[in-house]
Design a binder for this molecule. Sequence first.
Ligand code: F6P
Length: 553
Amino acid sequence: MPDQPPGLTSTPEWRALAEQRDSLKKTSMRSLFASDPERSNRYCIEGAGLALDFSKNLITDETLAALISLARQRWLEERRTDLLEGRKVNTTEGRPALHTALRHPGGEQILVDGVDVVKEVQNTLDRMEVFVNSVLDQSRTGFTGKTFTDVVSIGIGGSYLGPKLVVEALQPYWNGAISCHYVANIDGTDVCETLKRLNPETTLFLIQSKSFRTQETLENSKVARQWFLDNGGDEASIASHFVAVTANVPAAESFGIEADNVFPMWDWVGGRYSLWSAIGLPIALTIGMDHFRSLLAGAHAMDRHFRDAPLERNLPVIMGLLSVWYNNFWQAETHAILPYDHYLRSLPDHLQQLDMESNGKSVTESGASLDYQTGPVIWGGVGSNGQHAYHQLIHQGTRLIPADFIIPLTTHNPVATHHAELFANCLSQSRAMMAGKTLDEARQELLQEGVTEEVARQLAPHKAIPGNKPSNTLTMETVSPETVGALIALYEHRTFVQGVVWNVDPFDQWGVELGKQLGKSILPKLLSQDAISSAGDSSTDHLIRKFRSANGL
Ligand code: F6P
């Protein structure tokens, strides 16, 4: 296999897709549905407990065939094997990206530098189980012998968003023994407001940082530690109240965490792919280890589907290719994630980091500049709330915004007819996006309401909806550990598929580092009493002066 495929935009597959787009611009999804009663059957695929209806997309069989050809031209199948078998797919850091090993059920070896990572993962899960059970069966207690009732997870980015999403998503499975809190922001309000509500005797702190170098996490952990000491705890009892999850054990130990209280992370797991590791301890403490293992099983089922299903019926492959289709051929700049389920309300936040940190890249794996767009802006929010906020722009704005609707078929909270109403809202949105309302339909509607021809003519352009706005609909039987695991794994693999087509490294995040470096040089200038040495530009200097004067420095 050559090091790198030929330039993406000069391939015949790319040109074929451009021709597809030109011909599809002359048609509408309405007519595609009208001419093919089997369209939704043919464009519905299933895997790992999830069903994807992708019929409301600007595609035909030819488009799909061309997208699959593009994937093959980029060696997607070979790259997928590289990913799953632990080759160094994170090329800029020379590492594998083995989040799939974290949910591997065992019985197979995956070697990284001669070490079987599946075994390490299983050992860590066993350690997690002992720890979680000791908290839940109350054999591990706080410094005054009281049962732990609260856990504060201190971490940011991937060490925060994934656990928070899953804990919220699986509320029906909470054991009721532990309440979970999160501290992420360096804004002191986050840690102060969280601690205000807690009792140090019954609070367990999890310091979650792969690197154990992240400013926010370290500073917040110091505040938590001091709060603990100031409120009855002593140095000796730190051991029973503070636990770390990190790949940097020496740093955790020098922070004062005992080696026995450190759970491992590995450099072959990216932060945004880490909720399946001990970073998932907030999840395991809240729902128990059995449900945590079910979450892993759901994700593993999606890994198997991704590995085994033919490309044409492969959920992450189809969703990844559709994203490329709109991003590169229809100039879509954003992609909306619209979960119609209150439990999944933090899904857009998690996927925002997953996708944008992974595919926010502008050079190829070998460092050449790109002549095409990569990752879109990911945003979204829970339905039906969004309908009364930003859906207007999706329906009638000038931009093309592809959307993913995500909804369970049944609810944990069957109250009145709410779930049917929620479902109806979800379907009406995707249908309105697809079918829209023609000018003539809008005019006829107005006339039926009894307005004059003149008024109907004036108002119709405002009431017409262009339609032809693409969407996917993902359904699952219910929100459960298995389906939530499968759903998140689906988006992880979708992100990988996009990265393969765009020929970027989806597992590094060098762009984040510049802000961290500059932060280090600006902080001393803010805190110093000395004359201000320039930070490099007059705007930054002016704002530094303003801060110092407001804070009496
Ligand atoms: O800020 C980017 C990032 O590196 C993320 O990728 C990561 O999830 C987060 O910071 C936290 O990093 P750590 O777990 O090392 O504290």
